[in-house]
Design a protein around this ligand. Sequence first.
Ligand code: C5P
Length: 223
Amino acid sequence: LADGSLRGRHALVTSGPTHEPIDPVRYIANRSSGTQGTAIAEALRDLGADVSFVTGPAATPPPAGVRVIRVETARQMQDAVTGALPADAAIFAAAVADWRVSQAADRKMKKGADGLPQLDLAENPDILAGVAQMRQGRPPLVIGFAAETDNVIENATAKRMRKGCDWIVANDVSPETGIMGGTENAVTLIAENSVETWPRATKSQVARKLARRIADHLGRGDD
Ligand code: C5P
């Protein structure tokens, strides 16, 4: 595995959830554990890549031997991603919150002050789409994830086009699959001219297979 086929290559990986503050003590979040993103960063590192790991507040610790950039919100994640470029490959495994509270309170909101609080939401930037559609300095390989519960391949194929990324790793996160927050994953890799369903495996195995594909695509780092 540690064959150095990504030596000299810079890979950027986003991982984990984001937290979007409501006030200094409350936030909007999601159930992403960061397991798959962490495994991908490890697998890329093991192939010799120089890895920048931009992570939201995840349940699992970041891997050793990678450059860790910790963020909390989607906008901080976007800034960290921009700051970490250029990269040879960018893999967007983070579960970025779609919305933030448009004006987070800077003091703790008090119960019963003015009846029930109304949260006014704003849309977060789409970090993947922003990088995939860069006119200058776009990483040669941009990979997104699509967690779907219905019509997985159809929705993910449309998502690949809409976002402008090269590959989409699609997975079924229906509750009965146990994938979200679990240790296994069953994915379909969708590229411009191919759709490939991989057998269910551990998230580490999926990560190693993906890292191998990335290495094959980029070619050796020392040529
Ligand atoms: O649109 P959706 O959230 O399903 O797209 C998932 C893909 O887009 C993932 O790769 C995720 O990391 C990325 N994404 C992002 N910024 C967002 C939303 C999603 O980078 N604001």
